[in-house]
Structures are given as C-alpha cells and as structure tokens.
Design a protein around this ligand. Structure first.
Ligand code: GTB
Length: 214
C-alpha cells in the first residue's frame, strides 16, 4: 500500500505548518504510515489533472491504491479508521472522539477562517474595522467554551485522538493574532500537541519543503 498526498510547492505560510497538508502528515506520522508528497504550484492546482483529484483545486489530496480523497477532515478520518492510534476501540469513546473532529472543523474553525479571510479580502472595506470585533467575539465565545470543557484534562475525549489532532491544528491558526494569550489552558493544549513526536516529524518535513524552496 502506498500513500501519496499533495502539498503546496511554496506554502504562503513559509513553513509554519498552517496549510492543511500538515493535518494529514501528522495523522500519518501518528499511525506510523509512510507516505510520499507531491508538491503542486497554485497554477497546477487549477489544472485538470489536479481537479480530477480535488474538485475545488486545493491541497491536500490523498491517494492510496486507487482511492482518491480530498478534504483534510475526511482524510484524517480515513486514516484514523484504518490504522490504530487515532481513535479509541470502544464504540462510545470512538463516537465522542469523532464528535470532536466535527467540532474542530464545523464549530471552532469557521470563525477563525472568517477572521483570516476578512484580513486579506476585506481589509480595504469601510466596514472592516466595525466587523472585525464581531468576528473576534465569536472566536472568543468558542474558545471560552472549549477552554471550560477541556479544564485540566490533557485531551478532549480521554486519550489523544484525531479530535485533538484537528482541534490543535485549528487553534494553531490563531497564533500571531494575540487571542491565544488570554487562553492559557488552550495554549498549553496546543503545546502538548506540538510536543508529540509525530507532530514534530510532520512539522519538520513540511518545513523542509519551504527550506528547499528558498
Ligand atoms: N476544507 C478543505 C480541507 O480541509 O482540506 C480546505 C482546503 C484548503 O483550504 N486548501 C488550501 C488551498 O489549497 C490550503 S490550506 N488553497 C489554495 C486555493 O484554494 O487556491 C489553507 C491555508 C493556506 C495558507 C495558509 N497560510 O499561509 O497560513 C494557511 C492555510
């Protein structure tokens, strides 16, 4: 079985590990699956060969023995379903961990993406300064709730799971906004994720892509 994923040839984040291939790399490292990476340019992502893999012309994609997947959440879920290490065996515990995967992508990530997009797509609009505090409030509302739920636990649903992997990656998108400094519980949670050997290997591999392109 051979796995190939796609990633940015030149990630705009300059190797900070914020592009969504990082989630897939981390998941594959957690379960000990080797993989190849095909780097694609922005131009290549919009061409037919890549659109056949990804209908929206984005990264990451995942290819494995004739199976082609897109959407980082679906890819991480596929990896977690087929390899031990990212979801518990107990049916209820597994369902709870999967709920956190959805929570990361459907409940916590949308206002964070909204903030990012507003900064580069709406920065020149007259209403930008008026709208931004509202997005910040929505993000903080979710972080307050998440922080309360996590409390003094290490992970969201018992042991480390794919739910934590996605949640840590989503929260990392707030680095540099100044918001996380008000959330010590979540900052420590992110640090625990980043300290995992699998995370560090994945991060180093995507950073090496940036370093090689300099
Ligand atoms: N819902 C999809 C998924 O989860 O897989 C979203 C995929 C997606 O947004 N892919 C982005 C992409 O291909 C890269 S990750 N964009 C190119 C395009 O749409 O043309 C998003 C991303 C990009 C850059 C940074 N950064 O520089 O910090 C962070 C995140």
């Amino acid at each position: 079985m051979s796995i190939t994923i796609t990633a940015f040839e030149a990630s705009p984040d300059r190797g900070q590990g914020l592009a969504r291939d990082m989630r897939v790399r981390w998941a594959l490292e957690e379960v000990g699956q080797p993989y190849d990476v095909r780097l694609v340019s922005f131009e290549e992502m919009k061409q037919l060969a890549h659109l056949a893999l990804h209908p929206f012309g984005q990264i990451p994609t995942y290819e494995e023995d004739g199976l082609v997947l897109f959407e980082s959440g679906a890819i991480v879920f596929h990896i977690a379903q087929h390899h031990a290490g990212l979801l518990p065996d107990d049916a209820h515990a597994r369902a709870r961990a999967i709920a956190w995967m959805f929570a990361a992508l459907n409940t916590v990530e949308p206002p964070i993406v909204d903030l990012e997009q507003s900064e580069y797509a709406e920065g020149d609009k007259s209403w930008f300064e008026e709208r931004r505090p509202m997005i910040h409030d929505r993000i903080r509302g979710r972080l307050d709730q998440l922080s309360t739920r996590l409390g003094d636990a290490d992970w969201l649903a018992g042991g480390f799971s794919a739910g934590d992997l996605l949640m840590v990656m989503v929260l990392r998108r707030l680095e540099g906004t100044g918001i996380l400094q008000d959330y010590p519980i979540l900052s420590a949670y992110i640090a625990r994720g980043e300290a995992r050997p699998a995370y560090r290997r994945a991060f180093a591999d995507q950073l090496a892509v940036f370093e090689a392109s300099r």
